[in-house]
Every structure is written in C-alpha cells, then in structure tokens.
Write a protein that binds this ligand. Structure first.
Ligand SMILES: [Zn+2]
Ligand SMILES: [Zn+2]
Ligand SMILES: [Zn+2]
Length: 434
C-alpha cells in the first residue's frame, strides 16, 4: 500500500527503469503501489518497495546521482536559485505551496556552491569565446573599443556606495558581449563570525577581496580587467564610460597612456538636465519650468543622435536650439518644424505654447549650450554603455537588491550567472550539463 504523501520532482525515466529492472533478489517487476517507506535527500528520495513475490525490500531512487551520492536534482536546484534570483525563504514557500517536501538550508547551500562553481566556469569560458568573437569582428586588430561599467548590489538611490559588493564588466563594442568581468566583496560572514568569537575560521571558499570603500571598487576592477586583456596582448585603446569616473585616469597611469575615453550618451543627457535644474533652482526663472526643461532635453538628445560622426553639423545644430525656442528660426536645421510650415507653426512644447522671451534666461541657456558646442568633436563620437545597462538589469534579476547575499559566495555565483546569460543567452543553464 503506497503511503507517501505530497508531490515530488521525479526523473520518470530513471524511476521507470528501476521498477522495470525489478526486485533486487528475484527480479520480479516492482510496483510503486508497494512502496512501504521513503527517505528524503533534499529533493531526491529513495523509495523502499516490497516485492510481491519474495517480500524482499528493494531501494529505488527517483532520480540520478553523481559523484558520492549527490542528487542531480539538488545540484539543479542550486543552479536554479542562482539563475532565478530567489532566496531560500521564497524557495521554501514555493515548495510548501506545491506540497513538495522542504529542502534543508544546508543542502541548498552546499548545492548552490557546487552549481555556482560550474556557473562560474561557464561564465569564464563565455568571456574567452566573446573575446575571440570580438577580435574576429575587429578584423583581427588587437586595438579594440570597450565599454566599461560597474554596479553595486545594495539598493542604490544615491547611497549605493555603502554596498558590500560590486561588479564590473568590459563589453566589446563590436560583439556587444562581455569580454571580462570582475567583482569586489568587502565582507565575509564566516570570517567575521570567527573573528568575533576569537577563533580561526574554518576552511572556506572566502570571496572577500576588498578592504577599501565601495566607490573605489570601480577603478580597481576596470584597471584589473584592462591589465588582464593586456596580458593576452589585446589593447583596449578606446574606453566608453561615465563622465565622472576616476577609472580613466587610473587606467592611463597603470595601463596605457594613450587610452581615449568616450562619453556615455545617457550620462551626458543626465548632466545636461542637471545643469538646467541647477539654473532653475538658483535663478528661479519663471520661464524655465518643467515643460521648458523637458523640451530642452529632448532637443539636446535629438541633436546628439542626429549628428553622430558629423562634428560641424552637430555644433551648428546645438547652437540653434536656444534661438529656436525664442522664435528665431533663421539658422534652424531640418529638424525645425517652423521651417516646414511657418504660417501655422505654434511652439506647442513650450509653456502656454508661447516662445520664451526672458533675455537673461537666454544668456544663461546659451552659455550652457556653448560648453557643449565647444566639445562638438567629442560629442559627435559617442559610444554607448547601453550594453552595460542591459547587463546590470540581468544582474538585478539574479541578485535582487533586497536579497541580502553580500558576504557569501552566492553573490559571485549570481554575477557569473548574469555574465553567462548575457553572453550565451538564457540557454546557458543547459550548458551546465544534465
Ligand atoms: Zn522479489
Ligand atoms: Zn572568509
Ligand atoms: Zn526653429
């Protein structure tokens, strides 16, 4: 009489084959119905099935095992939690809802470690493959352009620099894939607990590799990755990254004097809009309100996008933005709607659909635009760290910011999972083996 309750994760083929192979004593086919006991090993279990002919009790596993009795499904569970971005408590809730026997935290942790290392090696390999691909796309030239970015695991909102861990990537401009990744972690729970108790920490895979501030992680990681590429005889001579980063000066000092930096488009838009809001705060212009700022930002990013690789046109176009908003369309380029239909044109995007009139404001706005017009050469050759941003979204999905994992290897496993997914696609999880 079958006595086990609830649901299981079963490898049907494995179970069917064992039942078919039959009683370990007389060989008679076994029936699930005759299971008299079950012993759980995480998700896996051994069924004790009594032979109807000779009464011998055979033990039948419901899935495959590897090495020393490690259940494949438990290892898959470890890979699954890193891949799906959930924590142990959510996992337990999910099992309880499905009425699947719970898995002990220790088992999950152990298998997370096992699967995590496999994920890390898949991620490493995917980076090397990406580098080959990048070089091929760059016609074999070892001078490549890379985008660099960093992210932190703690909830950001301006306080991101408290984070215990951070990661960084170099993304190839041609392939859009991650060529190198790294992380810094300044906390290890095991080491800290041991220190508190005044004892030697047990032997563990310690991932603490940073003592400095969270902010200083970024330049350190980027320089480290650039050096790593140099060892392979690859020279990233152009770096696409944030405007305010100290990484570039460090990279010039420690790697390559001649490395050039390209500003990131999104970052530029943000600093432009900050300048406008600062102006509004200080001078309290009536006409510089939300609607005006939104329109200015839109014109600015449109002009940047329209005139890439054409510095002269970019400069001309930038200088038209302010006169255009004051009703002077004399020099306006083709994007100006007034030019298309002067008789019926209304500046709808400005407050009350009226041109701006305040001359003092005009002077201030023109001064801001002027600073950008002077850098037209640089602005007409913008790289984009868009690929980095999409990677950061993947990391956040594997390592939600409210999930406290910093201080354990789980963080690095989840970053590796994100790298593998970015480079290989969601199917990377299948590369971990069955
Ligand atoms: Zn038998
Ligand atoms: Zn440690
Ligand atoms: Zn115009």
């Amino acid at each position: 009489m079958y006595h086990s309750k609830g649901r299981r994760v079963v490898e049907l083929g494995v179970l069917a084959a064992h039942l078919q192979k039959g009683c370990k004593k007389c060989g008679a086919v076994l029936h699930l119905w005759d299971c008299i006991q079950e012993r759980h090993y995480g998700l896996g279990s051994i069924l004790y099935i009594k032979c109807t002919i000779c009464s011998y009790i055979s033990n039948i596993p419901i899935g495959k095992r590897h090495e020393k009795n490690i259940w494949d499904m438990n290892t898959k569970l470890g890979a699954g939690i890193a891949n799906s971005g959930i924590g142990f408590s959510v996992l337990q809730m999910l099992f309880a809802s499905l009425n699947i026997p719970g898995v002990a935290a220790g088992t999950v942790k152990k298998r997370d470690r096992e699967a995590g290392k496999a994920i890390e090696s898949v991620a490493q390999k995917s980076c090397n493959d990406a580098l080959d691909e990048e070089l091929k796309m760059n016609d074999g030239k070892v001078e490549i352009r890379v985008a660099a970015d960093a992210g932190w695991q703690t909830r950001s909102s301006g306080r991101k620099y408290n984070s215990y861990s951070g990661h960084s990537v170099l993304i190839g401009d041609k392939s859009g894939k991650i060529l190198r990744y790294d992380y810094r972690c300044r906390k290890c729970r095991l080491c800290e607990n041991a220190k508190r108790k005044g004892i030697q920490p047990i032997d563990h895979d310690c991932r603490k590799n940073w003592d400095g501030s969270a902010k200083a992680m970024e330049p350190d990681m980027i320089v480290g990755m650039l050096k790593d590429l140099e060892k392979e005889n690859i020279h990233p001579h152009e770096l696409v990254m944030d405007d305010d980063s100290t990484a570039i000066s460090r990279a010039r000092k420690k790697c390559d004097q001649t490395i050039t930096k390209f500003s990131d488009r999104n970052h530029l838009k943000k600093t432009f809009s900050n300048k406008l809001y600062d102006l509004q705060r200080v001078k309290k212009y009536q006409q510089l309100r939300g609607k005006t700022i939104t329109h200015l930002k839109k014109c600015f990013s449109y002009v940047l996008a329209q005139h890439q690789k054409k510095p002269e046109e970019l400069k001309k176009s930038l200088l038209c933005i302010i006169p255009h908003m004051y009703g002077d369309h004399l020099a306006c380029p083709s994007w100006c709607k007034y030019k298309r239909n002067p008789a019926n044109y209304i500046p709808r995007n400005l407050p009350y659909s009226r041109y701006l009139t305040c001359l003092e404001l005009k002077k201030d706005l023109e001064a801001i635009i002027q600073t950008y017009a002077q850098q037209a050469e640089k602005l007409s050759d913008l790289g984009s760290t868009q690929a980095c941003e999409s990677f950061n979204h993947i990391v956040a999905s594997k390592h939600p910011k409210n999930l406290y994992l910093s201080g354990s290897e789980s963080t690095s496993f989840r970053i590796a999972a994100a790298v593998a997914q970015k480079n290989i696609g969601k199917s990377y999880i299948q590369e971990l083996g069955q």
